[in-house]
Write a protein that binds this ligand. Structure first.
Ligand code: TIH
Ligand code: FE2
Length: 297
């Protein structure tokens, strides 16, 4: 179905209440029984989660906190160079801990007074309509596990580092948070799966992997670039194209690699005009026209 479906390991809930996360043989944690047990235990927290109740605490190991601390320290250095000023201000505003993995409950408690966003735990793939739709209500589905300690630089699989350092910092900005909400409204408004996929691809090329001119430099605001200290060093050498709705909504991407095609906004106001404006009012008909345009161009 949708391309996003590939990047989540399937989660099987057994009759006896245990949960099994099915890691692919190519996953760096595949042959690590300790990591697999951690993934299963953490997924079980989300499977049993009842919306509106406090998020269950994941008891992270010392090694897991250590992965967070290393990545967090590296990223803080890179963000100063490569993240937009708006994102950097939001980092300061949110004030995430650098030495340990924050609980998702805690992330929501920090975010809510700023922009109204709260986190909800997800065991694996959330259907696109739910994932995007609830953004309109200020809810963000998040994984709770952390990447394998052998691959701190980059993971194709969204983990708590990506969800929190990438997305929660952005969600602490009033202007980025408003864009997330508009994406949610668009996802709720469109009816066809085709239009929903288009809306989600525009999200991919902006709030996940967007770059913009900021202070005369090419900087990233997309959470996927900002959570990978491998990819953040490479994005400026990629094929950087001008912001274009039809192109973003129809360009193919491969989530398992560094993104080699990126779309650049001229400024945050430009992003708000073009992409925010699109999400604010798009309907199926408008999206179909853009798809036709994208196929030609
Ligand atoms: N590649 C990102 C990282 O290493 O932090 C995680 C993901 C972003 C988008 C999809 S997966
Ligand atoms: Fe993401």
């Amino acid at each position: 179905m949708f391309e996003e479906a590939q990047y989540f390991a399937p989660v099987a809930a057994n009759d006896d209440g245990t949960v099994e996360v099915q890691l692919a043989a190519s996953h760096p944690g595949f042959a690590d029984p300790v990591y697999r047990a951690r993934r299963n235990a953490i997924a079980a927290l989300a499977v049993g989660y009842v919306p509106g109740t406090p998020i269950p605490t994941a008891e992270y190991t010392e090694q897991e906190h250590e992965v967070w601390a290393i990545v967090s320290r590296e990223l803080a250095l890179k963000h100063r160079k490569y993240a937009t000023a708006e994102y950097q201000r939001a980092v300061t505003r949110l004030g995430l801990p650098g030495d340990r993995i924050p609980q998702l409950q805690e992330v929501g408690d920090l975010l809510e007074p700023l922009t109204g966003f709260r986190y909800i735990p997800a065991a694996g793939l959330v259907p696109l309509r739910d994932f995007y739709g609830v953004l309109a209500d200020g809810l963000f589905h998040s994984t709770q596990y952390i990447r394998h300690h052998s691959t701190p630089l980059y993971t194709p699989e969204p983990d708590v580092i990506h969800e929190v350092i990438g997305h929660a910092n952005a969600l602490a900005s009033d202007r980025y948070a408003a864009l997330y909400r508009l994406a949610g409204q668009a996802a709720r408004r469109v009816e066809s799966d085709e239009a929903l996929e288009f809306v989600s691809k525009v999200f991919w090329f902006t709030l996940e992997f967007g770059v913009m001119t900021d202070d005369g430099e090419l900087r990233a605001y997309g959470a996927g670039i900002l959570s990978s200290y491998g990819e953040i060093e490479e994005f400026r050498g990629m094929d950087i194209r001008p912001l274009d709705l039809a192109a973003m909504g129809t360009t193919h991407y491969d989530i398992t690699k560094y993104q080699d095609v990126l779309f650049r906004a001229d400024s945050l106001a430009h992003l708000e005009d073009v992409v925010g404006g699109f999400w604010e009012s798009c309907d199926d008909e408008a999206v179909l026209r853009l798809i036709a345009e994208g196929r030609q161009g």
